[in-house]
Design a protein around this ligand. Structure first.
Ligand code: GMT
Length: 369
């Protein structure tokens, strides 16, 4: 089967997930065509089963906003015809599902009926998608896709309550490739072995509550020698750097920027922080758990479907910084407790093993072909 995958080519969870999905499908014999504006960051074109086709968006002085969805839908039509693509799987509704449906319409003129699978990831529904400027188009795109999946029960329920949906939505949770995550035995040169390592990974957007991450770490480091590793980049990074300075913990916080090697950083991490306001799933928490790292998170959206309270980590109300500090210190200060959480975190992550979840997508493709 030949599958076209449309996603954001960035470090965001939906792009990472779509890329890992394509790579895994190619290993299983599918021919995969990624169609997007840049080569996805996690994509290595090492196999003749994986292809990347760039979407070029020519600019023109008249355009205040270059029309990406127009260029994408045209490119999709061209690629479906050229490579005889059987199915388009689009990740993140805006504008991918809309562009794929336009391509589907155009292809009908050539008597090609291409099924469109849309996977909803999170803010395409909860934040951006439900904005009145986009809502009608997003609702149309969901209702007219041939198959719709959501990455958590919580996201499915948000979709049904925010939009007028007449389509069934299947929950297919995100997955992790457990083989990529191992504990590192040797100490990293960067870090003094007496320090506990606390890590946060995100796109540093407001919903991630980055300032809470720093407040929580501040509380931890007062009681336990530790360092905070901040992985990622985004609009709140400047504020976060200023906050670290203001709290007097600048020398204990390392901003790494975007990294393709989070698995290596997680391999020597002791605790992961994810105090988000909104989170449909929390792929970064799952990746931490795969590396035996307990997760201190907020109890919001799909997080409790991933991080089980008092098992793989501890959950708190959004913004309950004091509880998150106390929970972190409780885990970090007792080796027995820490080891129990570490083992449980990996055990919990095994439920989301790539080899268990990808067959669920294959079943969807087969039902449409
Ligand atoms: O909104 C984002 O933070 C980015 C977005 C993405 O597309 O990368 O993340 C969403 O999708 C991820 C993959 O399914 C989920 O793990 C994240 O929880 C979700 N983010 C939010 O809901 C805020």
């Amino acid at each position: 089967m030949i599958i076209g995958i449309v996603c954001y080519p960035t470090f965001g969870g939906s792009g990472v997930l779509a890329t890992e999905l394509g790579i895994e499908l190619s290993k299983k014999g599918y021919e995969i065509h990624f169609i997007t504006y840049n080569q996805p960051v996690k994509l290595e074109l090492y196999s003749n089963k994986v292809h990347f086709h760039e979407v070029d968006v020519p600019n023109y002085p008249l355009f205040h906003y270059p029309p990406y969805e127009l260029a994408l839908s045209s490119r999709l039509v061209e690629m479906v015809k050229k490579y005889k693509i059987d199915i388009l799987h689009v990740h993140y509704a805006i504008p991918h599902a809309y562009a794929a449906l336009m391509a589907k319409q155009m292809l009908k003129e050539s008597n090609i009926n291409i099924p469109v699978v849309t996977t909803l990831h999170g803010t395409d529904i909860t934040l951006v998608g439900s904005n009145p400027s986009y809502k009608t188009a997003v609702e149309f795109s969901i209702n007219n896709s041939d198959y719709v999946t959501a990455v958590s029960k919580s996201l499915k329920s948000d979709t049904l309550s925010l939009f007028n949906i007449n389509k069934s939505i299947e929950v297919i949770p995100n997955f992790v490739n457990l083989d990529k995550y191992h504990r590192k035995t040797a100490n990293n040169n960067l870090l003094n072995k007496n320090n506990k390592i606390i890590t946060h990974v995100s796109n540093f957007r407001k919903v991630k509550r980055i300032l809470d991450v720093l407040e929580i770490f501040n509380g931890i480091q007062r009681q336990i020698p530790s360092k905070l590793l901040m992985i990622g980049d985004g609009p709140e990074k400047n504020k976060a750097e200023k906050k670290a300075k203001k709290l007097g913990i600048k020398d204990k916080v390392i901003f790494f920027g975007k990294s393709n090697e989070t698995n290596k950083i997680l391999s020597f991490t002791d605790l992961f922080l994810l105090p988000s306001e909104i989170e449909s799933f929390g792929l970064s928490a799952l990746e931490a758990m795969a590396a035996n790292v307990p997760v201190i998170s907020s109890n919001t959206g799909g997080i409790p479907e991933v991080n089980i309270d008092n098992f793989s980590g501890l959950l708190s109300d959004i913004g309950d910084i004091d509880k998150m500090i106390n929970d972190s210190v409780m885990i970090l200060s007792d080796d027995n407790i820490m080891n129990k959480f570490k083992v449980n975190a990996r055990k919990r992550a095994e439920n989301f093993d790539i080899h268990k979840i990808v067959p669920q997508y294959e079943k969807v493709y087969k039902s449409l072909s």
